[in-house]
Design a protein around this ligand. Structure first.
Ligand code: FAD
Length: 307
């Protein structure tokens, strides 16, 4: 059996693996896609000390750095189930079983998509999901934010300070954000809010986004909006479905609840990164949380009596 088994090979999982291996303990990472969401990212400009890089490059260096150590990387494999006897038992989708004294969950999250034509095609070419990451790429341009919940309204306020103009499109007839955020939006001259607006298509010129179309759900009218960027803010879904029915406690949104050492409600199970209830989801934060969970796991192991 392993001493530490990490599920997920994104920034959180990679950091956890390196921190564990450096303690000289038997470590493995099982991942569906090594690199995680980083693989889907074009420009990365906020990974401190690296002025600019891209996703595939950073994902390759993550894996290379992990492989500098004695870590088993088991990929591409999905974990289907977590159980506990004397040791933790992880069942893979292919039926194989892995055993470990400690488990670190680092399965990340995925952005909910609007599922309209053009969204996938122009992802990273004007369709964006993270205002902290991609906001500055649209400096001085017109953008749209899809979604009028807290994350959409926060994104609009954030972007309005960088871009020329923001249009928020909300599907229902009201915005579902906190009052204080709504007041702030009303006070900002370069934000327009449209309710009852169902986005129907992302428009592009073959290279980049040039706009979108939406249907006014009251009048039925189809409208074109010319924008250079579209920020989709309709939810981030944690990859935690495989933990349902276990002792690992999740929030109502499915995030794994952790304490300051990355410990979950199930002793010996730690978690890190976007899959957790950590409020901000970023590469550098996931790496810090991966290191934290790994050190937390080491603390647990040296006090544990499981042989
Ligand atoms: P992830 O990166 O999501 O990795 C999860 C890992 O778990 C993957 O290896 C996945 O294959 C694996 N996995 C999931 N389920 C299972 C399972 N059941 N079994 C086995 N393996 C599983 N952040 C920034 O700081 N700067 C940016 O510029 C930036 N740009 C972004 C652009 C885009 C388009 C996106 C989508 C995100 C961006 N982010 C950016 C956010 C950043 O990528 C995430 O915060 C970070 O990758 C989270 O790391 P993580 O390790 O927690 O999870």
């Amino acid at each position: 059996p392993y001493e530490v088994l990490i599920v997920g090979g994104g920034p959180a999982g990679a950091a956890a693996a390196i921190y564990s291996a450096r303690k000289g303990i038997r470590t493995a990472v099982v991942a569906e896609r090594f690199g995680g969401q980083v693989l889907d990212t074009n420009a990365i400009e906020n990974f401190i000390s690296v002025a600019a890089t891209d996703g595939p490059k950073l994902a390759a260096s993550l894996e290379e750095h992990v492989l500098d150590y004695d870590v088993d990387i088991i990929k591409p494999q999905r974990v289907a189930k977590l159980a506990k006897n004397k040791l933790f038992e992880l069942e893979l989708e292919n039926g194989a079983q892995l055993k470990s004294k400690v488990v670190i969950i680092a399965t990340g999250a995925r952005w909910r998509e609007i599922n309209v034509p053009g969204e996938r095609e122009y992802r990273g070419k004007g369709v964006a999901y993270c205002p902290h990451c991609d906001g500055p790429l649209f400096k001085g341009k017109r953008v749209a934010v899809i979604g009028g919940g807290n994350s959409g309204i926060e994104a609009a306020i954030d972007l309005a300070g960088i871009v020329e103009h923001v249009t928020v499109l909300e599907y229902s007839n009201t915005l579902r954000a906190d009052e204080v955020l709504l007041k702030k939006v009303q006070s900002m001259p370069n934000i327009d809010v449209l309710t009852e607006a169902a986005t129907t298509e992302v428009l592009g010129d073959g290279q980049r986004v040039i706009g979108l179309t939406y249907t006014n759900r009251v009048t039925g009218e189809a409208v074109q909006l010319n924008v250079a960027g579209i920020f989709v803010q309709i939810g981030l879904v944690p990859n935690s479905e495989w933990l349902e029915g276990t002792m690992v406690e999740l929030t109502s949104r499915g995030e794994v609840i952790v304490d300051t050492k990355g410990q979950t409600s199930m002793p010996g199970v730690f978690a890190a990164g976007d899959v957790t209830n950590s409020p901000y989801k970023q590469i550098i934060i996931s790496m810090g949380l991966g290191a934290t969970a790994s050190l937390g796991a080491f603390d647990y192991l040296i006090r544990s009596s499981v042989e």
